[in-house]
Design a protein around this ligand. Structure first.
Ligand SMILES: [Zn+2]
Length: 255
């Protein structure tokens, strides 16, 4: 290392720092982000609970949001709540109870995903796979997604949480289209940009989602590491400069 550092002396400290800064800017990767999700299992009784097998369609959900550079992290420790009324979300009082919950979130920007048996009210009387508020921090998911194999509903509702509205596009390939006009992937291999290219996010949708205050920036490679990765290049450049100087000196000396 001492030998390497000596090599930069002819470069000058200012030039070295400027070059390092330039290298950093050029090499800086696209920032990734993380959304933490706390699963909440709602039970009717001590033995009858929604999402009884703790399914999350995790692989497909993560693949969909990877398009935006957003990691979805489901917390391992589920919260279980026994509440007969919330087990079947059927009126505004139920949704209000959930959307104004006082669950302790760790980290504080973690969102809560409530798994219930059924949803028959979501801002109006309707049978729904999922229910959420745009920009909110609670999602309600019905067991209906498992019986109907709606593998991308969780990702769609997370889109609402991250600030996206339902899409007005007629494309069946867009994640934010309503469930009735969206093609549902049966395998993670068909999630955009792979396979059948399903559940796409537009550039505009990605821009909106990435500004959500619910996202935690994923630590990028350390600055020192990036600088060190540029050291061999600087060393090579310095050697080239010296070699050229040596060649000119040799010509002047007629050697
Ligand atoms: Zn929607």
């Amino acid at each position: 290392m001492a030998r390497l550092l000596r090599c930069f002396r002819p470069f000058g400290a200012t030039k070295f720092l400027l070059f390092g800064l330039l290298a950093l800017v050029c090499a800086r990767p696209v920032a990734a982000s993380t959304l933490y999700v706390q699963p909440v299992q709602v039970c009717e009784t001590a033995t009858t609970c929604a999402d009884s097998t703790s399914q999350l369609y995790e692989a497909i959900t993560e693949a969909i949001w990877a398009q935006a550079g957003i990691d979805i992290v489901f917390l391992d420790d589920w919260i279980t709540i026994t509440n007969t009324s919330l087990y079947s979300v059927g009126n505004s009082a139920d949704t209000e109870t959930i959307f104004s919950d006082s669950l302790v979130r760790t980290p504080s920007y973690t969102i809560a995903m409530w798994f219930v048996d059924s949803i028959t009210y979501c801002g109006g009387t309707v049978t729904a796979y999922g229910c959420s508020v745009i920009g909110g921090d609670d999602v309600i998911i019905s067991d209906l997604i498992f019986s109907d194999s709606r593998t991308d509903t969780i990702a769609h509702e997370l889109g609402h949480i991250l600030g996206l509205s339902d899409c007005c596009s007629s494309s069946t390939f867009d994640l934010m289209n309503g469930s009735g006009s969206r093609t549902n992937p049966t395998t993670v291999a068909d999630v955009s940009p792979s396979g059948k290219n399903l559940d796409q996010l537009t550039t505009a949708e990605i821009s909106v989602a990435k500004t959500s205050s619910l996202l935690e920036a994923t630590p990028e490679p350390g600055t020192a590491l990036l600088l060190l990765s540029g050291l061999p290049v600087l060393y090579w450049m310095r050697r080239r400069i010296y070699l050229r100087r040596g060649d000119r000196a040799s010509v002047r000396a007629g050697l």
